[in-house]
Structures are given as structure tokens and as C-alpha cells.
Design a protein around this ligand. Structure first.
Ligand code: MG
Length: 365
């Protein structure tokens, strides 16, 4: 099945979903790996590529189709095929479950599937989209949130030559805050290139790029002078003690990303980081992401929602939780040229959540 027919099928235009709409059909679960083409080749300290493959899941029951997506993370040794196999391994569990008992269902999925966070996220999001549609409410309402509290989102600028960095900065004119990737030898020219074009607040992500704590302090203090609001994951995830040392010598918040995958990671980060970056692809979906945000807040830490390069399915799911957090970096769908859905939109940098039930997705024609 090609991308368009999968989207249409999942959206209810084809026989499978029509049969489900008749009320007599058994629930169905479809998996598909989608190749998302990037508008710009994307470089961070970890990789460089012109496309990303994500796993899409469509769960249909009672005439309603819920959509889910997970972006495999190379750092956790994941790929889209592994995510697909993980979902297939619990197919019968998912199909046999009562989706309204989604916490019980996802606990069982987490118990049975080791790792494969993208696969688990795709299931969780599809089920939660289905539940929201079944209840007839947008998912932000299910979580008791006010969509007007959704924060501004940053737009991310990957590592590139100074000329292309300037061009990307100009293209991001509509966004009031930018996130810039650093962590290679070119940090200063990159920031200077951005600053030559704009005075906007910047947030910087080093993606574990600095291995030396003295270097990290020097760079962070320089970044502060360049108008940077906070720094994400300056040092390798396991260097928590070194990061604590760095934190006592800098003045801007340090946010954990690679060091913080799941809820159980958060307590040990409390004194080394000011906040955590929560992503559905890392946590295994919305339910665990909600727990992570709750735990971080209870420890007095700042919270951020981020995303991988992905379509509007995953980004919209994260956006429904965004009224909870201090910072949002939810631009993964804006980096691709072939998004199959419309969901959350960005206006003047602000996240506009769809008010339709569930995730509120609509297929792009
Ligand atoms: Mg990051």
C-alpha cells in the first residue's frame, strides 16, 4: 500500500475502515514505515541525512481510527523495522484489549516489549487518539488542559556551513525563538552566523558534544553573552557529576535530553540539571511522557517537550501535552516535505492545537 492509500484507509475512506464502521468487524491494527523527506539535510553531532523513516500505526475499532507514530532513535539502537516488529509482537495483545483500559493495555505492552520506544510510542499514540475520538474530546481536554496555555515553540537550525546557517535563520523569520544545534568544532562560527541575521532569543542544544567540563563552562558562559536562554545536554549523558560541576559555574539553565529517557531517570538528574526534555519517542508515548512531566515538576525542575523529525501525528500528540510545560521544541513536522497529515499548527511561533476529538488529525489531500 502506498502512503496515500494508507492515510486514506486509516482515515476511513477504504473498505477496512468501512467494515469497522458497520460495527461488526473485529478491531484492526496496521503498521507502515513511512519515509519522511527532509527539506534540508539535517546534521547534529550524531548523524546527517536527507530523510527519516518513522513507524506509523493505525488502530481501528467501532468505526473510529486512531493514528500513532514513533520515530526510532539511532542513539538507542533503534530503526523503523525494529519498531514495526515490536508492534507486531504485541498485535494480539492490542487487538484483544479494551482500548478504554489504555493504562492497563500500555502497562502490558511495556512489560512485554523491551526497548523499542518508538514502537511503543506508536501504539500509545494510536490508542490515545482512538480514546479521545471515542469520548468526543480533544486529547488536551482528556488531560484537563487549556490549549491557550500551549507555549511558543522553537524552530531548530541544524549544524551547517555559516552561509546555510544564515539562510536557515532567515527562513525561520516567523519563529520568535530559535534552537541552534552545536557541539562540533564550529560552535562559535555557527552562533555568530545566526547572530549576524537575528537578535531573537536562542536556545542551544549541544547533543552531548562537549567531553571536557572546563570547555563546557567556557562555551556556556560565551553562549550566555550571545543571548542564549538555556543549554541542552552539554555533556555526555553518563557525565552527570561533571554536569553538576558545570552547573555550579554557569548562569543559564541546563536541560537534560539524552540523559533523560524515562520517568525513572529523573530523580538522579535533579541537582545536575535544571530541567528535562521529554519526547514521546524516548518515553514510549503520551502516558509515560505525562508521568515524566509530573515527576519533574514535583522535583521543582523545568519541563520541556521536544520531538524527533516526524510527521504531524507524533508532533500533534506531544503538542496536546504542551500546555503543561515551560518550553516546547515541536517543529519536527515542519522540517519535512511530505507530511501525510495536518494537526497542530504554528502561528507566530505559538502552538495552535486542533479542537477536533482525539489528536484532531486530518489527512492532507
Ligand atoms: Mg536535544
Amino acid at each position: 500500500m502506498n502512503r496515500r492509500s494508507f492515510v486514506k484507509t486509516a482515515a476511513g475512506a477504504y473498505p477496512l475502515a468501512q467494515a469497522a464502521a458497520a460495527g461488526s468487524a473485529a478491531p484492526t491494527l496496521e503498521t507502515r514505515i513511512m519515509r519522511l523527506n527532509l527539506r534540508h539535510t539535517w546534521t547534529t553531532t550524531m548523524s546527517s541525512s536527507s530523510y527519516r523513516d518513522t513507524l506509523h500505526v493505525a488502530y481501528s475499532r467501532d468505526g473510529i481510527t486512531g493514528h500513532g507514530e514513533g520515530a526510532p532513535i539511532v542513539r538507542y539502537h533503534e530503526d523503523a523495522e525494529g519498531a514495526r516488529k515490536a508492534v507486531e509482537s504485541v498485535r494480539q495483545t492490542v487487538l484483544a484489549a479494551n482500548p478504554m483500559q489504555f493504562s492497563k493495555l500500555m502497562a502490558e505492552v511495556f512489560e512485554r516489549v523491551k526497548g523499542e520506544w518508538a514502537g511503543k510510542a506508536a501504539i500509545d499514540i494510536a490508542i490515545m487518539d482512538w480514546v479521545g475520538q471515542k469520548l468526543g474530546i480533544p486529547l488536551y481536554s482528556y488531560f484537563g488542559l487549556d490549549p491557550k496555555d500551549a507555549p511558543l515553540t522553537t524552530f531548530s537550525i541544524g549544524i551547517d556551513t555559516p552561509e546555510i546557517t544564515k539562510q536557515k535563520t532567515r527562513e525561520a523569520e516567523a519563529f520568535p525563538i530559535l534552537k541552534v544545534k552545536v557541539g562540533l568544532a564550529t560552535d562559535e562560527p555557527t552562533i555568530e552566523a545566526v547572530r549576524s541575521v537575528t537578535k531573537k532569543p536562542l536556545r542551544v542544544d549541544a547533543n552531548e558534544g562537549w567531553k571536557d567540563k572546563e570547555e563546557a563552562v567556557r562555551k556556556i558562559n560565551w553562549l550566555e553573552k550571545m543571548g542564549v536562554e538555556f543549554i541542552e545536554q552539554p555533556m555526555p549523558a553518563e557525565m552527570i557529576e561533571e554536569t553538576r560541576w558545570v552547573r555550579s559555574r554557569v548562569h543559564i539553565p541546563i536541560i537534560a535530553d539524552e540523559a533523560c529517557q524515562r520517568a525513572s531517570d529523573i530523580p538522579k538528574l535533579k541537582d545536575a540539571f535544571d530541567g528535562v526534555n521529554v519526547k514521546l519517542d524516548k518515553s514510549g508515548g503520551m502516558l509515560e511522557a505525562y508521568r515524566m512531566i509530573s515527576i519533574a515538576k514535583s522535583l521543582g525542575m523545568k519541563t520541556m517537550l521536544g520531538c524527533m523529525v516526524s510527521s504531524s501525528v507524533s508532533v500533534t500528540a506531544a503538542a496536546h501535552l504542551s500546555p503543561l510545560v515551560n518550553y516546547a521544541d515541536l517543529d519536527g513536522n515542519l522540517l519535512i516535505a511530505n507530511d501525510p497529515f495536518r494537526g497542530v499548527e504554528v502561528r507566530d511561533g505559538r502552538l495552535i492545537l486542533p479542537d477536533r476529538p482525539g489528536l484532531g488529525l486530518q489527512p492532507r489531500s
